[in-house]
Ligand binder design. Structure first.
Ligand code: KG4
Ligand code: ZN
Length: 333
């Protein structure tokens, strides 16, 4: 049995996971609350919190999996993309562990790992599959030809879908990260109450900056007339913003499915935790005869289990990293 130990530390979650032959035995995640008061992640504070969290998180992941260090066959970590200080903590820890245990090191791309989170469940998508990856920093449509052959066919030209949620939430006075709060308010709101701009971008690429401006000007106008406009319409505003973002995403995904002929369709990344998007994906699935897949909630936002499952396939392909490997803030694949 192949035991992989994985660490994820690209942004503001410190996470560690053990997987055995592709089955996740533990996935421990420490969230950092220190950023809430600043309305966004403060990189230096994130690095320091990772330093504090990493040893207890690693211990807890091994204990939960009932696994000894001596059982591990390889050590994996998120190499890129992410905040460089945060990445460094996980990378250094993983390299030290691999060196001291004399086990191979596996470097994982965070965005590829989000896609492969769909391979954790018992019911896995067949290849090829399409994946809409929507996170705080990225929005991509990926064709997965095989676990390690992933092709980006569309991406955002400006803001990511998660940023669109977080930035509009900030305009509504909601704390960071605003995505989950928009989701919560949207449950009680009317999605057709307000209409916001949808971009006309060719191909499978996305743009969210126009929506942001459209919401900003609309709010400025309404607040001039009624100072309590936002408070009095919070649920409808959240529902309408969420509806627009989902519409922008799903139109492109539908086009991608039509043009590629691929009907195995997945979503991934932090925004795939959004209940509206999850429901709409199922509706599209029924309407367009798709097989749809969504990772379990804990594997949508940043987590080490997705790093572990990706590393498992890299282990099978003997795709190991040298101890001289460095993390990088930005990376293509
Ligand atoms: O993948 P992720 O955990 O971190 C990155 O790699 O960026 O994604 C974080 C993003 C944030 O923008 C957050 O607001 C958004 O995912 N998010 C949500 C929900 N849960 C997390 N957005 C909308 N609805 C949610 N329920
Ligand atoms: Zn992520």
């Amino acid at each position: 049995m192949v035991h992989i130990f994985a660490i994820e530390s690209s942004c503001d979650e410190t996470s560690a996971s053990v997987c055995a032959d592709g089955k996740i035995l533990s996935n421990v995640i420490a969230n950092q609350t220190v950023h809430e008061q600043y309305g966004g992640v403060v990189p230096e504070l994130a690095s320091r919190a990772h330093m504090q969290n990493i040893v207890p998180v690693v211990d807890a992941a091994l204990q939960t999996a009932n696994c000894q260090l001596s059982t591990l066959d390889a050590i994996a970590f998120t190499q890129s993309p992410g905040l460089i200080g945060s990445l460094l903590v996980g990378a250094q820890f993983a390299k030290s562990l691999a060196l001291s245990l004399d086990k191979p090191l596996i470097a994982v791309h965070h965005m590829q790992a989000h896609v492969l989170a769909n391979l954790i469940a018992e019911q896995k998508p067949g290849f090829p599959f399409l994946c809409l990856t929507v996170s705080g920093g990225h929005t991509q449509i990926v064709v997965a030809h095989s676990p390690l052959q992933l092709e980006i066919i569309g991406e955002t030209i400006d803001d990511a879908a998660g940023e669109a949620f977080d930035k509009t939430a900030k305009m509504l006075g909601l704390p960071y990260p605003g995505g989950p709060l928009i989701d919560k308010h949207a449950h009680q709101g009317n999605a057709k109450a307000f209409k916001f701009a949808e971009p006309q971008i060719p191909g499978f690429n996305f743009s969210f900056s126009g929506l942001k401006t459209s919401v900003l000007y609309f709010l400025q106008n309404e607040v001039k007339k009624d100072a309590d406009f936002i408070q009095n319409n919070m649920n409808d505003l959240c529902a309408s913003v969420q509806y627009t973002i989902i519409n922008i995403l799903m139109k492109k995904l539908l086009n991608a499915s039509k043009q590629t002929g691929i009907k195995n369709v997945c979503i991934a990344g932090g925004v795939s935790a959004n209940s509206g998007l999850r429901n709409v994906l199922k509706e599209y699935g029924e309407k367009h005869n798709w097989q749809t897949f969504i990772p379990a909630f804990e594997y949508c936002t940043d987590n080490a289990a997705m790093i572990a499952i990706t590393a498992y396939y890299k282990y099978l392909a003997k795709d190991f990293a040298d101890l001289s490997v460095s993390p990088t803030a930005r990376a293509t694949w």
